[in-house]
Ligand binder design. Sequence first.
Ligand code: FPP
Length: 243
Amino acid sequence: MANSRAKRNVTQARHVAMIMDGNGRWATARGLPRLFGHKRGVETVRDTVKACPDLGVTHLTLYAFSTENWKRSADEVSGLMRLLRRYIQKEVASLVEHGVRLRFIGRRDRFTKSLRALMDMAENRTARGTKLNLTIAVDYGGRDEMIRAVQTIARRVASGELSPEQVDEDLITAHLDTADLPEPDLVIRTSGECRTSNFLLWQAAYSEYDFLNINWPDFDRAAFQASIDGFMTRDRRFGAVSK
Ligand code: FPP
């Protein structure tokens, strides 16, 4: 596993994951309701997706709603669900046209039936996209994802299909929501907070992190480019010694 990572010899940030933080603060600082910040945040999502091909990014994974975000006010939660629904409805045709494959990671069981159907439709309609793999993490938590993976593996062991010794890194990776995706090279978090907040805990073990002192609605192409330029200067050793 460590070997396969090293063999990739990544010098470019092909898979970038983003913690889109600071929408609320962006709005509050302007005397606006928090939801206004999330609306602006969706515009930033659109611009960020558009920028990826020019920046050499083939995989973009965005943290849109965490397993903990249900604790927010009912108004904010329903506002975020509405934005997600509208994003899917408005963007799918354009994603297909631009060769973007859209996938969702996280739990689905706590969404309404109609939102689940919309998510399935978007995944099916964009399934042939090859230019960019866009993954949106909704009702996602790294610990929740690991619990679900361990439960599935435990069931397979209990049924005798697998032996405990067959449980290794590759097997666990294959049971995560991200089974079909490479590990992120770079994780960007906006808003000045320096924590991972339960995002891609397993997958980002060797990722580079960039914590930016701007709120998500202010993240733009120049900030994206600067983050990627910074990534290229880093010496990724994956636990080995520098050459
Ligand atoms: C964090 O800012 C942001 C979120 C919890 C939601 C992010 C959602 C979007 C950008 C819009 C929906 C996305 C898609 C793809 C349709 P915060 O509210 O925690 O900000 P704060 O820390 O300043 O309060």
